[in-house]
Ligand binder design. Structure first.
Ligand code: COA
Length: 402
């Protein structure tokens, strides 16, 4: 039987929960948890794709309409979530394609229909999504810091979150989004979902500075190897000073916790705020931070001309490059601090695949490094430095998750 595609949403909560449960759940006992997660997943009607055959619903994915900051320009973005095939139908071919591949095709169509030039997702496994053009574009550091070495600061603004803080929290998060390349916005309905999702995790804290909320996070507790860790969930902060004050606040908890854990962009050298800046390369007897690097978000550049027009090369840079991304070649023109791209039939100066192109375009993978690592084939060496200038800037980071 041919597959039937249906787009559902919150009004079909029970059916959506059931297909998600059958794709990722451990068994029927997980249903209440899945029902709750589906209720707070931010989808609207028409966002949830379900593929069915004569046995019922067999595969699914969710396409969220979000906004991504590309070098200061907000672009519509498809947030991909909940991709799954039921256990009985995995690696099965229908008309020569697997079910999840059909799901990914349908998502690509939906993004085009909705005018979304960028797609983003938090992968369960990077290699699966690379096959569909999504490149790793974000690296994070998870710091575990003994409380004794955290900085001191004025922590007088901290309080437990109250409902009356909500609008100021949305505004604070928006300031952070506006300042962060590669971020995905958290509008009011998204923040509401986070607050609902995090309600059981711990206490939501805010840092009130006059009328403004400088930072907000949910403080959870974990016991690892007999040590009680203060875990910072969903930290949003509107400035480096706000992040530093958050660390200082954690330092005041030293009677209850041994260490704090927080995840921040890889280019924030958090150890420079600590009383012991060492991140030890060997066993040490004094308190010192531990840091683990991880990758998280993957992105796909769906509409290259729109994406390129959002990039902001420095004013003095000008020139032309032909970039081959998978099977399409784009002529990129840079002049007067702007860039534009159009499909061309001319030969490529540099050639790569879609997943690597996404990492380069977002500025996570430098073109010269991509060449060194055999991910970028170079026909005209000058093109590499021009592409490096075009994509240079702060490393991308996404404070959202879906
Ligand atoms: C991952 C999953 C969606 C794949 O579903 P599927 O219908 O079997 O996928 P397809 O048959 O369309 O496979 C598509 C391609 O990905 C490859 N692939 C499948 N699973 C993969 C995996 N875990 N890692 C890497 N590649 C994978 C397939 O080999 C295939 O490549 P090919 O076309 O070159 O043969 C399915 O196994 C699943 O639902 N897993 C558990 C749920 C989950 O964790 N979902 C992610 C939540 S965000």
């Amino acid at each position: 039987m041919p597959l039937k595609a249906t787009w559902l949403g919150p009004k079909d909560l029970e059916r959506v929960t059931d297909i998600r449960l059958r794709c990722y759940g451990g068994g029927p006992a997980d249903r209440p948890k899945f029902l709750l997660k589906s209720k707070f997943d931010r989808s609207v009607d028409g966002d949830v794709l379900v593929l069915s055959d004569d046995t019922g619903d067999v595969a699914t994915a969710t396409s969220l309409s979000m906004t991504c900051n590309v070098r200061g320009t907000p672009l519509p973005c498809q947030g991909v979530a909940w991709v799954g095939t039921v256990r009985s139908h995995r690696r099965r071919r229908v008309d020569g394609r697997g079910l999840a591949s059909r799901v990914m095709d349908a998502l690509a169509e939906k993004a085009k229909e909705r005018g979304q030039p960028v797609g983003m997702l938090a992968p369960f496994r990077v290699s699966f999504y690379e096959a569909f053009g999504y490149g790793v574009m974000e690296r994070q550091n998870t710091w575990t810091i003994p409380l004794a070495i955290l900085p001191e600061d004025d922590t007088g603004g901290f309080a437990e979150y109250r409902e009356s803080d909500f609008d100021a929290c949305v505004a604070s998060r928006q300031r952070q989004f506006d300042a962060t390349h590669g971020d995905v916005a958290t509008p009011a309905h998204s923040l509401k979902c986070w607050l609902a999702n995090l309600a059981d995790v711990g206490f939501r804290m805010v840092d009130r500075q006059g009328d403004r909320i400088a930072s907000q996070f949910t403080l959870g507790t974990e016991v690892i190897d007999g040590r009680t860790i203060a875990v910072v969930n969903k930290p949003f902060y509107d400035s480096p000073a706000a992040l530093r004050r958050m660390l200082a606040m954690l330092g005041t908890l030293r009677d209850q916790y041994a260490a704090a854990r927080i995840t921040v962009p890889i280019d924030i050298p958090l150890n420079w705020w600590l009383r012991e800046r060492q991140v030890p390369h060997r066993t040490v007897d004094h308190p010192a931070a531990h840091c683990q690097a991880i990758t998280r978000m993957q992105a796909r550049v769906i509409d290259v001309p729109t994406f390129v027009s959002a990039l902001r090369p420095a004013a003095g840079i000008s020139g032309l490059i032909n970039v081959g991304a998978e099977k399409t070649i784009y002529r990129i023109e840079i002049a007067d601090g702007r860039a534009s791209a159009a499909v061309t039939t001319s030969p490529a100066d540099v050639q790569t695949d879609d997943a690597t192109w996404a990492a380069i375009a977002f500025g996570d993978l430098r073109p010269d490094m991509a060449e060194t690592m055999g991910r970028l084939k170079v026909e005209r060496p000058m093109a590499v430095s021009l592409l490096t200038d075009l994509t240079a800037g702060r490393l991308p980071y996404c404070h959202e998750y879906f």
